[in-house]
Design a protein around this ligand. Structure first.
Ligand code: S3P
Length: 172
């Protein structure tokens, strides 16, 4: 069984995934890291050198390969992965995995992201909290319909331990 974590940038997919992995003795894979290792470039460099659509294509290829070779693995997707190439539909049809959406409010996302925009090409140009709030609001409006297809929806605003406990109670 694999567990696929879905959610916006800074929704805690990696932190929570690592913690869950430790508790369940599952492997943990972060799709962004898998792509970066495979391409020998950072996500930001891939966006800069080849553009977002190229990144989305690679993201899909690496996810498909990862799913084929994984078992008992927690996989953290990128924030945009579920929104391209019918990915959510493919994931929810796959009986060998569970999809978990980490739902975080906009103010909490802004708070977590305002010092970290430079690593993230989609928001690297945004300089103030007000503009970040506006951007995330519009972006989430487009993305939430995809995220909401996940089998489990978890409130991920709080501390990691509480969220992990909640996921374990819901899934097992
Ligand atoms: C993206 C999220 C990032 C990364 C890329 C694009 C997005 O991953 O895949 O910068 O479209 O939301 P994280 O969600 O891990 O930040």
């Amino acid at each position: 069984m694999n567990i696929v974590l879905i959610g916006y940038m800074a929704s805690g997919k990696s932190k929570i995934g690592k913690e869950l992995g430790k508790i369940l003795s599952y492997d943990f894979k972060d799709l962004d890291n898998v792509i970066e290792n495979g391409e020998n470039k950072t996500v930001r460099e891939i966006f800069e050198d080849s553009g977002e659509l190229y990144f989305r294509k690679k993201e899909k290829e690496y996810l498909d390969a990862l799913l084929k070779q994984s078992s008992n693995t927690i996989i953290a997707l990128g924030g945009g992965t579920p929104c391209y190439y019918n990915t959510m539909d493919t994931l929810i049809e796959d009986k060998s995995l569970k999809t978990v959406y980490l739902n975080v409010t906009i103010p909490v996302l802004v708070n977590r992201l305002n010092n970290e925009t430079s690593k993230r090409p989609l928001i690297a140009h945004i300089k103030t909290d007000a503009l970040l709030t506006e951007f995330i609001g519009k972006h989430l409006f487009e993305r939430v319909p995809f995220y909401n297809k996940a089998e489990f929806k978890i409130d991920a605003n709080g501390d990691v331990d509480g969220i992990v406990e909640n996921i374990l109670l819901r899934l097992f």
